[in-house]
Design a protein around this ligand. Structure first.
Ligand code: URP
Ligand code: ZN
Ligand code: ZN
Length: 464
């Protein structure tokens, strides 16, 4: 199969230039001029960018007695409509299971459903010696990053000893450690105090998880990683204090990396205080912060203190538990502590970041590609197979129409949710055609994909 994307402007993390892109079977065969093929996609007036890579998602994840509402088909279809063609999900170890069993459980979730390519981080919740010994094998399985939660006491949280041991083992074996950095012990006390005082509304989710407790945990994780000699990737960083800890560490030359998630640029803790139970839609951890934190995050992506923007896509129905839907946010009507944590966004990321970041003059077109496509591939061992338009790379390509307008709405989105955080937001710029390894998934707003065509991507060990 030969397919030519003609007349477009190729955009990579470093360059913007006019060229045609020839695809043969699943890969990019050539980028240049005077190329030909039987099938041609006209990209005149459009950008040709690498498919988006979202390294932080939770599809079909058990949480708080229910499951996140997108599975590996609906989540992938939503991703594709938003220009994302690869993601890394979290395979979460249940206590008493091995890392291999954990990976197999998550591979089975994707089997027969996947449409885009995917990898897994394994989230360790239990680290006896037998699991320590299993960590080096993760690299052979193509899983080269581990995640540890410093919060969610009594569920996913690990103590510092576990975190530190995992860091040492990861450092010795070429794995990147990812952390959810919040002080789970202190948060647990604040939650119990709030509930004892009768404070049950969604806003108390934010009030019991103050930014200082994220900044403290971020600083602690960084210092532990430096002593362990481990590279560290801080997930979903939300606030100026935590960002400062990362900036200082990077200034020391330490291999410390961080992402923020797109929604933290747009929402504040005031959204959790919307009337009635509405605020539950915005309950995720860490919570939304203040406007000055948003300013700090925009600065952080512009000055490379933050290297990636992902989504932490972890959708729940607002009104679940009926019509075949898993239970959703309604679980927490009587207590904010029972609201499933997480928000949808895999379809929205590239759109809102292009509109507000690039068109809003906050960073360049190339930086947008770097944050959403290239840096995720590089940091997580998929480059140059993914994250770039170049001969030999997978033909994961988005033909991006910079002038197309769209009003984001739950009524037209593809997430399996009954709400969208960005409801009513007008964006300018959206995918016209989305290809994953040469297969057209979306064309002019129409779904063309086929379930079961996405593949597991074995990733390379971390290198600096
Ligand atoms: O609220 C969130 N972020 N839910 C997903 C789990 C996590 O902490 O990443
Ligand atoms: Zn987290
Ligand atoms: Zn997450």
């Amino acid at each position: 199969m030969r397919l030519l994307i003609k007349n477009g402007t190729v955009v990579t993390a470093s360059d913007t230039y006019q060229a045609d892109v020839l695809i043969e079977d699943e890969q990019i065969a050539a980028v240049g001029h005077n190329l030909s093929a039987d099938t041609v996609i006209d990209a005149g007036g459009k950008y040709v960018i690498p498919g988006g890579i979202d390294v932080h998602t939770h599809l079909n994840m058990p949480f708080g007695g229910t499951f996140s509402s997108d599975d590996f088909f609906t989540g992938h279809r939503a991703a594709a409509f938003g220009g994302t063609t690869t993601h890394i999900d979290f395979a979460i170890q249940s206590k008493g299971t091995t890392l291999r069993q954990t990976l197999d459980t998550w591979l089975a979730k994707a089997e027969g459903k996947a449409v885009i390519d995917y990898g897994f981080h394994i989230a360790i919740t239990d680290l006896p010696d037998s699991i320590m010994e299993e960590i080096p094998q993760c690299v052979e399985w193509g899983v080269t990053s581990l995640k540890l939660f410093m919060a969610y006491k009594g569920a996913l949280m690990v103590d510092d000893a576990t975190l530190f041991r995992a860091m040492q083992q990861a450092a010795a074996n070429g794995l990147l450690i990812c952390v959810h950095a919040e002080n789970g012990d202190a948060i647990d006390i604040l939650i119990n105090q709030a509930l004892a005082a009768g404070n049950t509304a969604p806003i108390h989710h934010a009030l019991t998880r103050p930014p200082e407790l994220e900044a403290e945990a971020t600083y602690r994780a960084i210092r532990l990683a430096e002593v362990a000699g481990a590279p560290l990737y801080v997930v979903h960083l939300t606030n100026a204090g935590a960002l400062e800890a990362v900036r200082l560490a990077r200034g020391r030359g330490a291999p410390i990396y961080a992402e923020t998630c797109v929604q933290y640029f747009f929402f504040t803790k005031a959204d959790l205080d919307r009337p009635g139970f509405e605020g539950a839609k915005w309950v995720c951890s860490p919570p939304y912060r203040e406007q000055h934190d948003q300013v700090a995050l925009w600065q952080g992506v512009a000055d490379n203190s933050l290297q990636v923007v992902s989504t932490d896509h972890c959708p729940f129905w607002f009104e679940g538990g009926q019509d075949g839907r898993p239970a959703g946010k309604e679980l927490g009507r009587e207590s904010f502590a029972k609201i499933p944590n997480g928000c949808p966004g895999i379809e929205d990321r590239m759109l809102v970041l292009y509109t507000q970041g690039v068109r809003g003059g906050r960073f360049s077109l190339n930086r947008w590609v770097e944050l959403c496509c290239t840096n995720p591939a590089k940091l997580f061992g998929m480059y140059p197979q993914k994250g770039v338009i170049a001969p030999g790379s997978d033909a994961d390509i988005v033909v991006w129409d910079p002038e197309a307008t769209y009003t984001i709405s739950a009524a037209t989105q593809h997430h399996a949710t009954d709400y969208n955080l960005y409801e009513g937001m007008q964006v300018t710029g959206k995918p016209a055609v989305v290809l994953a390894r040469g297969r057209v998934l979306v064309e002019n707003g129409q779904w063309k994909g086929e379930q079961g065509t996405g593949r597991f991507v074995p990733r390379k060990p971390f290198t600096r």
